[in-house]
Ligand binder design. Structure first.
Ligand SMILES: Cc1cc2nc3c(=O)[nH]c(=O)nc-3n(C[C@H](O)[C@H](O)[C@H](O)COP(=O)(O)O)c2cc1C
Length: 200
């Protein structure tokens, strides 16, 4: 029998590390958080990754329209970055202000501090109704800091984040997740085929 609650909890085993996704469109920069990113190629000479981004997030249209994004693995010491980018929308404020970053090769913002980052050009997309799965060709990588040294510290996983976020964040996190789940539920069954255009 398919019980929604326990099934959802089991599916949490398939969440990815917590990643910060950045985008840039017409001079405006943004960042958000996802735990739905995965390696999408086994071919070393064709590095690819994929990530699901909900259509109601501001980042979605920025990435869809520009065909590029940055994806950052984070350290366990960067819970504050998760709150900054993942709890409010860039429609309401410039979330990258005060978070040290620089333009990457593709023009997307690259966070100075992270475990590692990948700059991606969108190679294809899939519509899920409520979100888009972006398949990205990895165009550039960096190992965690502006100096390009090996990643330091520990990778921030979704399990670590849920277990270690400060207690006074939890209510806000759960409320935002519930709201997103309700909106996604209304959109999820209307899947449209999308033909991806070549990135400009
Ligand atoms: C731990 C965590 C995981 C998240 N995972 C996703 C995800 O996989 N896809 C997504 O679209 N949003 C995800 N979010 C929510 C977005 O990061 C959040 O809605 C953000 O405010 C969107 O910002 P934007 O409107 O500026 O794009 C996650 C948030 C957190 C805190």
């Amino acid at each position: 029998m398919l019980e929604p609650g326990p099934t959802y909890q089991l599916l949490r085993n398939l969440t990815s590390p917590v990643v910060a996704i950045t985008s840039q469109r017409s001079g405006k920069e943004n960042g958000m958080i996802s735990d739905a990113a995965v390696r999408a190629s086994i071919v070393p000479s064709i590095p690819r990754l994929s990530v699901y981004i909900h259509k109601f997030n501001y980042s979605h249209d920025m990435i869809f329209e520009t065909g590029r994004f940055g994806l950052h693995l984070l350290h366990t010491t960067q819970l504050d970055v998760v709150r900054r980018l993942g709890f409010v929308s860039g429609r309401d404020r410039n979330k990258l202000e005060g978070l040290p970053h620089h333009p990457g090769l593709l023009g997307v913002p690259v966070l100075d501090e992270c475990f590692a980052h990948f700059e991606c050009s969108v190679a294809n997309v899939m519509d899920t109704g409520s979100s888009t799965l972006f398949l990205g060709d990895v165009i550039a990588v960096g190992r965690g800091s502006a100096t390009g040294l090996e990643p330091r510290g520990e990778l921030l996983t979704a399990t670590y984040f849920r277990a270690n976020m400060p207690a006074d964040w939890r209510h806000e996190y759960e409320a935002k997740l519930k709201e997103a789940q309700q909106v996604a539920a209304e959109m999820s069954r209307k899947i449209k085929p999308v033909v991806w255009k070549a990135t400009p």
